[in-house]
Design a binder for this molecule. Structure first.
Ligand SMILES: [Zn+2]
Length: 268
């Protein structure tokens, strides 16, 4: 009742800002040096737990900036292994994480575009199955934990491929059941309760198995699966709480150079 009244009186943007402010105020109760967040550079005795009635992850969310295991892993990867922060780039960021966006906004070399179905979360209201941007218009795309919620995932992947420039990179992440070679998807999962039971989250539409990279390849991408938390080593993985790989794998999806440039390179 009180929650509904609060939601009807205050806009979603106001509520989001209030929540961020409250988080930052209460983060002081987590003060310590056991864990560190590479997004806000603050240390804590623990991160917040995150999850639902079925699955809860300890030490998942930064109490100050709200980063998750996958956010921290991705920031390490972007800084250490890509040219995103060093070379001119046009970046399309779906469902932009508030703990990552400031890095892209303040980088002079990045032409930053954010997109979400909810316009309160991004610059543009965008249905990922029908992206309103021109062909080959982005050097980088970040799309983390979006595709599992999209009704027509195949169409969304086609659209991501279309708007990416030749030799561009899409960095995609999703929840995975790494023990299962196949994606699990059933028409019976028609309520939030059933989706929670089948897919571990009430708004997921499928639980991806190890065939996820094949689906991306079918969309035209050259795919490399990167378990960057493992590459960083056990000490960093624990210190920054980078997860167990069920949500943090980075699917690095490259779009090949266009045929024209291949021919001209050959002629040179
Ligand atoms: Zn943080």
């Amino acid at each position: 009742m009180i929650r509904k009244l609060y939601q009807s009186v205050f806009s979603e943007k106001y509520r989001m800002r209030s929540k961020q402010f409250l988080n930052r105020m209460t983060a002081r109760f987590y003060q310590g040096d056991e864990y560190t967040c590479n997004c806000c550079e603050k240390s804590f005795k623990q991160f917040k737990a995150k999850g639902n009635t079925l699955v809860t992850r300890a030490n998942a969310q930064c109490p100050f900036c709200g980063s998750l295991e996958r956010t921290r892993t991705l920031l390490f990867y972007l800084r250490n292994e890509t040219s995103l922060f060093t070379e001119p780039a046009r970046l399309l960021h779906f469902a932009p994480e508030s703990s990552l966006s400031p890095f892209f906004k303040k980088a002079d070399n990045i032409d930053y575009v954010t997109a979400d179905l909810n316009p309160n979360y991004a610059d543009y209201r965008v249905d990922i199955m029908n992206i309103p941007f021109c062909d080959e218009s982005f050097d980088y795309i970040i799309c983390s934990h979006v595709l599992g919620h999209v009704p027509d995932e195949k169409q969304a992947i086609r659209e991501l491929y279309r708007v990416l420039k030749p030799s561009g990179t899409a960095l995609i992440a999703t929840i995975l059941d790494r023990k299962n070679p196949h994606t699990f998807e059933t028409g019976d999962a028609d309520t939030p309760e059933k989706r929670l039971q089948y897919y571990s989250e009430p708004d997921l539409l499928r639980l991806r198995g190890n065939d996820f990279s094949k689906r991306l390849e079918e969309g035209g991408f050259q795919v490399e699966i990167i378990d960057y938390a493992v590459q960083l080593g056990d000490d960093k993985r624990k210190k920054y709480s980078l997860g167990d790989g069920s949500r943090e794998l980075i699917f690095k999806c490259k779009k090949a150079e266009s045929e024209e440039s291949c021919i001209s390179e050959t002629l040179d």
